[in-house]
Design a protein around this ligand. Structure first.
Ligand code: ADP
Length: 486
């Protein structure tokens, strides 16, 4: 059984968010059992020094309805145990010559063409039994394959990472594929539009979400962004498989970005005290990098895109509560929603002069590693969260998550003070309501947990026994693939 992932992102070459981590981590784990290929656009920003690139790409030409012929290069490359096909269409379709992954006015045409070229490559070169697609940028491979493949011998899995983004567009974008009049592609909100994610949902053999809770949530109007009806149609083919994290990439025991890496893992309390010593050194390094006060205050952090999904107003509100109660707070937040810029700049101007707050507006993987290692707590007050990786990465770095119980956060963060929970399950601090009162109460509980070193060390020791890697979840995907093929 060989598998191909068709995706718009893959760590560490092209990363915007968790999708990139999932494509790399899941593929790497699967590749221990089956051959895996990843098809990715050849963005101008790809760091080719990380890849072994075959210098002779295959060149192919395709004709579509009412369009000039498409010349495209298909570059074979490898990275560790994984094979890649990097797709590079030539002018006038040179859609990936930009450094951005998303955010261009041509995004719909860019990813439709990517899906089409991936389909063509799979059709003529591939012997894949499973086509695994991710979100709207590659979802359109499903209808293309089901309608136009001559072989039709592969099964299609589509993973829904975030239903907010659906590839809604005018049907004329589908004219080149002669699919502009397909009734099932009609957007549920606007009959004048088509919806690429919906098309992918209806034409896939199986759908997965990135956590079990999200699989249930998206069948309800509050989380489905109008796709609950098509999702109800296919709900027998929908399952939730919790994401893992790539233990090699997120490895605090061996990382070029930590100052220093944690001492090698062990299972006893003595080791936790060594880990906390290493955490303290990372904290010192980070405080001096951001010119923050060197104190023994607890360090809170958030590592996130700053947009409405991630609870921006609770993230900013937390600054006052943390500082008023004698803590420090570093917010590594990439402002992806321009309407939030003034709000966060105001926050920066208000609190940075205290020496206990820093807002770094960037997407910075190296700094993220150091911050996971240095912080005591991480805040994740999301409005909705299909899975969320930051809480799992934090636990791997012995940093305690403070999370809202929604989506994948509800599947991974279990409250230390919940009297009804089994001790062995507890992993952090949670709150339910999206309100300043709820997050404030939870932050106060975090302060008291920080003071109670016995309780804190018990929790951190428990982290040593958790396995949040891809091992178990990749097994579930393998079983799903096998069931689909047989
Ligand atoms: P989403 O995909 O919705 O953004 P996830 O929690 O699934 O959220 O994944 C986020 C990934 O992106 C994690 O690997 C996290 O470390 C990383 N990340 C998020 N924001 C930043 C940032 N500002 N700088 C560096 N890495 C970030």
């Amino acid at each position: 059984m060989s598998i191909v992932h068709v995706a718009s992102e893959c760590s560490p070459f092209a990363k915007v968010g968790g999708l990139a981590d999932v494509v790399l981590g899941l593929s790497r784990e699967l590749s221990h059992s089956v051959p895996v290929t990843i098809i990715l656009p050849k963005y101008a920003s790809l760091d080719l020094s990380l890849l072994k690139l075959n210098p002779q790409p295959a060149q192919k030409t395709f004709s579509l309805e009412r369009s000039p012929p498409i010349h495209a290069l298909f570059w074979k490359a490898s990275y560790q145990s994984l094979s890649f096909i990097l797709i590079e269409p030539s002018a006038p379709y040179d859609y990936f010559k930009y450094t951005q992954v998303y955010g261009l006015s041509q995004d719909i045409d860019r990813f439709l063409l990517f899906s089409y070229l991936a389909f063509k490559w799979i059709e003529t070169e591939g012997t894949f039994k499973i086509l695994h697609l991710h979100d709207w940028p590659s979802a359109f491979v499903a209808p293309l394959y089901k309608k136009f493949s001559k072989k039709k011998d592969a099964k299609i899995v589509l993973t829904l990472h975030n239903l907010l983004h659906q590839g809604r567009c005018h049907p004329h974008h589908l004219q080149p594929f002669d699919l502009e009049n397909e009734p099932s592609f009609q957007d549920p909100q606007d009959p004048h539009l088509v919806n690429l994610l919906k098309a992918g949902i209806l034409y896939s053999d199986h759908l997965t979400t990135v956590s079990p809770s999200y699989a249930k949530e998206i069948l309800t109007p509050s989380f489905s962004y109008h796709l609950d009806e098509p999702l109800h149609q296919i709900k027998d083919r929908l399952s939730g498989i919790l994401n893992g994290i790539d233990y090699e990439y997120w490895n605090p025991f061996h990382s070029p970005y930590l100052k220093p890496s944690y001492p090698s893992s062990g299972k006893d309390l003595a080791k936790i005290s060594d880990i906390l010593k290493a955490k303290h050194l990372n904290k010192k390094a980070l405080r001096s990098f951001f010119k923050l006060n060197q104190t023994d205050k607890p360090l809170f952090c958030a590592i996130t895109r700053l947009d409405q999904q991630k609870g921006p107003f609770l993230l900013s509100h937390a600054a006052k509560t943390i500082l008023d109660n004698g803590g420090q707070y570093i917010l590594l937040g990439h402002l992806s929603d321009p309407s939030l810029t003034d709000h966060f700049n105001h926050l920066k101007n208000t609190y940075e002069k205290t020496g206990d707050f820093y807002f770094h507006n960037a997407f910075d993987e190296r700094l993220a590693h150091l911050l996971y290692a240095a912080a005591d707590f991480i805040l994740i007050p999301s409005l909705f969260e299909p899975c969320g990786l930051t809480q799992m990465i934090a636990i791997r770095f012995f940093t305690i998550p403070i999370a809202r119980t929604v989506g994948g956060l509800a599947d991974t963060v279990f409250d230390i003070d919940d009297p009804y929970l089994d001790e062995a399950k507890k992993t952090g601090l949670t709150f339910k309501n999206l309100s300043t009162e709820s997050i404030d109460q939870t932050l106060l509980r975090a302060f008291s947990l920080f003071k109670s070193s016995q309780k804190k060390e018990k929790l951190l020791t428990h982290y040593l026994s958790l396995d949040l890697s891809w091992k178990e979840s990749a097994k579930k995907y393998l079983i799903l693939y096998k069931n689909l093929i047989n």
